[in-house]
Design a protein around this ligand. Structure first.
Ligand code: GAR
Length: 193
């Protein structure tokens, strides 16, 4: 097994907008010996995001940016990423769409998790649309971020079965449990570990 410790780990920023349960699972994963990443920065677009508390709990620097002026926010974020030598970005429930200019600067180094079996159900209100279409399965996907929304190369997916009385809420909960396992696995796959 490859052991990556302290400064050998790939400096990673996690972008969040809300609860941050994926952030928490990534932080826990980053502390394991077999993890290739360390989480050095949390980026957020929402001052009230609950997930920001994980920055305090785990002593990770967090920064909130106002996306009303997206270009300005992105430039500030790029500066922050550069000054912290960040080499990987994990989007984890980050609900803003990054510009082509931003993505270009980190091409091939931005990952995202989406709560559906992409390429099906890109975008918002995934679970509701899945149930309206009487799908038998849904799931989650970790993929590279490309210029087109939820369309980059797929790294890993996990399928879940939809029960008869499933609601968007119960489905979201069930998929989230799988997301917490899938994101670390996808990172290991990216680094061929
Ligand atoms: C997760 O289900 C994630 O897949 C989804 O938001 C949730 C965030 O939960 N992301 C998207 O819908 C992105 N389009 P978390 O804040 O508890 O990690």
């Amino acid at each position: 097994m490859v052991l990556l410790t302290g400064s050998n780990k790939i400096k990673t920023a996690v972008f969040i907008s809300g609860k941050g349960s994926n952030l928490k699972s990534l932080i826990k994963f980053s502390k394991k010996n077999n993890s290739p990443i360390s989480i050095d920065l949390i980026i957020c677009d929402n001052l009230n995001a609950k997930g920001l508390n994980f920055g305090n709990t785990f002593k990770i620097k967090k920064k909130v940016f106002n996306f009303k002026n997206k270009a300005k926010a992105e430039n500030k974020i790029l500066f922050e990423l550069k000054s912290k030598n960040i080499n990987l970005i994990c989007l984890a429930g980050f609900m803003k769409i990054l510009s082509k200019n931003f993505i270009k600067k980190f091409k091939g180094k931005i990952l995202n998790i989406h709560p559906s079996l992409l390429p099906k159900y890109k975008g918002l209100n995934t679970h509701q649309r899945v149930l309206e279409n009487n799908e038998k399965y849904s799931g989650c996907t970790v993929h590279y971020v490309s210029y087109k929304l939820d369309s980059g190369e797929i790294i890993l997916q996990k399928k879940v079965k939809i029960k008869r009385k499933e609601t968007p809420k119960s489905l979201a909960k069930k998929i989230l449990v799988q997301e917490h396992k899938l994101y670390p696995k996808a990172i290991l796959k990216v680094f061929r570990l």
